[in-house]
Write a new protein. Sequence first.
Length: 202
Amino acid sequence: MNVSEYNQKKQHILEAAIIKFTENGFDKTSLREIASAAGLTTGAIYHHFKNKDELFYHAVKEAMCFAQKLSKKDENSNLKSAEDMLDEISNKVKERMSKINEQRLLVLLIGYVLSKGGALNESLRQDYNEIISKVADMYFFAFGIENEYYKKSLASILIAALDGVAMQYSLGVLKQEDQKFKDIFVNFFIESIPAFMQKYKP
């Protein structure tokens, strides 16, 4: 099996896991059920993930780590304009908000990790730090924010807001089909950050 086939099979497992975890929750979903949904053997699951905890974590991680796909350079390796960077951030934020199953699973994952602790807790903490750092770097290019503390603080606020939105989607407080809310959410950050920095410029 070459690298491309390996990654395709792994992604196929993750997609099947998202469906089963969403349908049945973590506790009531077995690796056998996920393997069956993916059309694979349980042994094939273990070839990619050492246990159900790790599979659950990675099934949600891609949606949570939207910021890792952000880039300050275009396809020609030229630095993007501030406007292009804002558009990319906005689109990635909306993309994360539109992933219905992953939103609910993220809430379940956070609760599970906090209750269990250990290695998963540390992995989640590191991932959050990486996301915040990535968004903070993009804020420098998109908004011209140079102060490290302000960059990371404003990035943390955005990620916290997204997690709060995920919880409200999961509870049915917010409706996934409400595109206007997504637009308001994105525009709020685009317009409020420059205003905040103008008033509290360090």
